[in-house]
Design a protein around this ligand. Structure first.
Ligand SMILES: Nc1ncnc2c1ncn2[C@@H]1O[C@H](COP(=O)(O)OP(=O)(O)OP(=O)(O)O)[C@@H](O)[C@H]1O
Ligand SMILES: [Mg+2]
Length: 359
């Protein structure tokens, strides 16, 4: 679960970079446009097979080159070295874990859990509910077994039901998938609920330290009416669903509601407060993960000095230094981040897409 080595080829402005981080804290510093975010993005890509900045692979491949490649060695919790590799061209993707080709992105994600906090992360609060479902499901996937299969089954049944609704099939045809949806929905809700209940104490403990004068609350909503059975809702709303062309209730409509002093965090707090809250949501997730699984995970924190004021920055650094994670931080100047709380650290300087190890 630790990144031991990464060879980056043609990823953004990183043409050929060899990166050997340490287990504790790794600080990457350099001027604007040197390639700091790209380096974190490459690590993230290795785990998620997507970027946190773009949906288009064409943005990621170094211009005028045919493909990007990431070859890594990660260390599993039982000290085994596991090779991971991704080669991505515009129309072809090859992923290898332990030298074996794999088809499902989840197979690489399971080997290498990575969380990121970056300047656009506030969208976790201001963006659509799907962002918050993704947040929740990262943890459910890594902590609660059985989630991935249940989700695949649910998604398949939902797609088929929605296709029937859209093409205005008869009621009895549209209802065919209700049982499968209902069974998987219950299971998904149960796993999400379990995970959320484990996550909440970590989140609450952090927000109490950072929001001294405010009351922050977080709540999970499963995607269908409280005290009602999903199968009943599917049956009752079939006419409405046929008109809309999609299924109104289910785990695909789940949501996380965050409030500060009773007001929605989407509209009631400052951007800086939103950024702090999102950082705490991710830290809570990393803490819960490492304690529940007894394995470290990777946390990427892009541009920390630009994100937080000096008090919050110090507080976050002190929380980070107490966590069992492999941490990657970026800054423009290395003096902007006080790493005195870490006994060992490694520094990297990025200059025009080249990486120079400093210590
Ligand atoms: N596909 C690509 N091919 C080549 N260069 C690219 C590609 N995509 C982005 N770049 C360039 O890579 C450079 C590094 O970008 P990056 O966002 O990593 O910089 P940064 O060090 O994080 O800067 P900042 O401090 O401003 O956040 C930029 O100049 C960007 O224009
Ligand atoms: Mg950047």
């Amino acid at each position: 679960m630790l990144l031991k080595q990464l060879q980056i080829t043609n990823f953004r402005n990183l043409k050929n970079v060899e990166f050997t981080p340490i287990q504790g804290v790794n600080l990457i510093w350099g001027d604007n446009a040197s390639g700091k975010t790209s380096l974190l993005e490459a690590i993230y890509y290795l785990s998620h097979v997507r970027s946190f900045r773009t949906q288009h692979v064409s943005d990621l491949i170094l211009r005028q080159t045919p493909y990007l490649q990431l070859v890594a060695s990660i260390q599993s919790s039982d000290q085994q070295a596991i090779p991971l590799g991704i080669r991505r061209s515009l129309n072809k993707s090859q992923i290898r874990v332990n030298k074996q080709p794999i088809k499902r992105v989840s197979d690489i994600a399971a080997q290498f859990p990575v969380l990121a906090i970056h300047p656009d992360s506030y969208k976790l609060i201001t963006g659509s509910p799907s962002e918050r479902r993704q947040y929740l499901d990262w943890g459910v996937f890594h902590v609660e077994h059985g989630f991935f299969r249940a989700w695949q089954r649910f998604k398949k049944a939902l797609m088929q039901r929605n296709a029937a609704l859209k093409s205005k099939q008869k009621h009895n045809i549209c209802q065919l998938w209700n049982t499968e949806i209902s069974n998987t929905a219950h299971y998904i809700d149960q796993l999400r609920h379990n995970y959320f209940e484990k996550l909440k104490p970590y989140f609450n403990h952090l927000t109490e330290q950072f929001f001294l004068d405010d009351i922050v609350s977080i709540e999970y909503r499963r995607g269908w009416t409280k005290d009602k059975d999903i199968i009943q809702l599917l049956e009752e709303n079939i006419q409405k669903d046929r008109l809309k062309g999609f299924t109104s209730y289910g785990p695909h409509r789940a949501e996380i509601i965050i409030k500060v002093n009773g007001q929605s965090a989407q509209t009631g707090i400052s951007r800086g407060q939103q950024k702090t809250l999102v950082a705490l949501m991710r830290l809570a997730q990393a803490m819960q993960f490492t304690e529940a699984t007894n394995k470290p995970c990777v946390l990427l924190y892009d541009d920390l000095p630009a994100e937080l004021d000096i008090n919050h920055r110090q507080l976050i650094l002190s929380v980070l230094s107490s966590m069992n994670i492999q941490l990657f931080l970026t800054a423009i100047e290395k003096q902007q981040i006080d790493l005195s709380a870490w006994p060992i650290k490694k520094m990297f300087h990025v200059e025009h897409g080249r990486l120079i190890t400093k210590s």
